[in-house]
Design a protein around this ligand. Sequence first.
Ligand SMILES: [Zn+2]
Length: 673
Amino acid sequence: MLKTLGICFLLAVVTPSAHAALEGIQSHDLDRKVQACTDFYEFANGTWRAENPVPTSLPRWSRRVASHNDNWHRQQRVLEAAAGKKDWPQGSSQQVAGDFYASCMDEAAVEAADIVPLEPLLAQINQARTLADVERSIRRLHDIAIAAGFYSSSTPGYHDPLHFVAAFTAAGLGLPDRDYYSSKEPRFVQARDKYLAHVVTVLMLGGVSEAQARTVAPDILSLERRLAAASMDGATAADPIATDHMMTFEQLKALAPHFDWEAYFDEAGLPRIPVNVAEPEFMRQFDTELVQTPVATWKAYLEWHLLEAASPSLAARFVQESANFKDRFPGNATQIKGRAQACVESTDSLFGDALAQEYVKIYFPPAAKAKAQEMVRNLRAALREQFVAVQWMAPKTKEVALQKLAATDVQVGYPDHWRDYSAVHVRRDALWLNVVAGRRFNVEQDRRQVGKPTSRDFWLPTPTPSSADGYLIVELNKMVLPAGLLQPPFFNPDATDAVNYGAFGIAVAHDLTHFIDSLGAANDVQGYPTDWWTDADRQQFKQRSQCVVDQFDDYFIEPGIHLEGERVLGEAVADLAGVHIAYAALRQSMRNHPVPVVDGFTPEQQFFISWGQATGASMTPEAQRRFISSDPHPVPRFRVIGPLANSPQFQHAFACKGSARMVRPAAKRCEAW
Ligand SMILES: [Zn+2]
């Protein structure tokens, strides 16, 4: 399974204000009562945090979280403009995105249609008499991206990342993972009870009698529990090595002999080339269930999953039940989304490129793209220059690192080729039919990739180009920075270069280093799994990085509760390198593009303040405690302070004395490499 990482800290800076001149840092957010050389975190960000406490429903509040909100409003404005016009050419991005959004916002039409649009599929499930009928219904659900029994999709191969393979995954469970089905911990027991009640309610909303729903719901839960028991835990399921099980078509047939793979491959148009079965144990159990579970239970299970998947696109009683249930899980947001936000999200997930094509015309014009690309080029050049000087790495290892760096594919804003939706029929008055059309189109596109080369501008289906989240695919040596992420305040063409290098610049530099650090050491230039670091390299790195381990071991969030230096080492080193590289790139760029003093701050000061403001966040004490024992990143306070305390450039920018708290003594200063 492909392992993606969220872009490490796109914790963007504050809401933008319109100035004719270039914008500097957010001076209102500074706490000027605190000295920059004493506690830079408070100085850069103290007022913002005082004015932005953590909302009661959330563990954490940051500009990054807030910027997600800003982004869906931008997407909404784009969709409202497209939906406001009814005569776009059929199949154009405006027609597809606008009419879909209009059909979603037309609550009266959705209410009037009720469950009627779902009836043909429900009838097919209900008429099943034999195992073959059940399997046919599983195939029909997979055609519209509803997981049942298992699921399949295309992914770049683990052994051959230059080609797509079909991947068969453990799926079709209504609860998040296997602990929810088996753990005796009260929160899991409670989640199971709520799930069972939810299944009963949804089946009844779908027209099943109460007596029948109460009879079949426990059977559905039991079937899912048995499948879950054969599944991997979350961490193992996300491990590309543990989920690497390539097999031939014949081996797949032997693994699950009671499923009609011939029909599955024929109807899906899949070539009979080797596939990856992420969890063979799960697939074996699925096969056992095909034989041992009564057809009646399978029918109830399929009906339940269809209703559950369709609920957000059906009448209000389904929407409410679905939202209520999802909100009851611990950790989920307690606020139910409004209709508009839900419709923006479903347009984005089904027709992401249509929405994005319109989005970038307004929010990411060619000049913004050119600017972001130029910064990426400069950052890459600065990283290369730094890395060439590294002495401790074996020359051969260093050569591969430099080759990898040159080959790293950084996608900025949107792909070179948009998806062509001209074959999809989207109407203004039929939400569920539109959802089916979109799902079917996306599934067909996905299946068509199997066996084909992975193109250079391959993007995962989500996050989409107008989404506020970026990602790395370490195996593919690829970084994706969607247009929805490259927005103020994280990236702002109207701000000074110093502000942009301090936020976007450090983030990109940090993430570029992951392709060549111990994380990227598992894949070569083309993405093939090869360990290109030597043992001696690792030994050297360990020795040199002990300084960072010691530094972060010393930091604490409360008396007696310290950070774990070993746990945060990789990310803390990437921060240290990121700050250093982005600073060098800024200085280089300033030779041709000088940065003005803004609000009394020099370019160098703006750069460091921008980092402090981009990374700052409010967190509850409980959230901080959880964070330090589970997250590979240092908590925000020490992501800001940690690297700057090692930086002579920081000390110089703020004229800190050698004895200042923000300055580590020369003998204890750490370097990234
Ligand atoms: Zn990182």
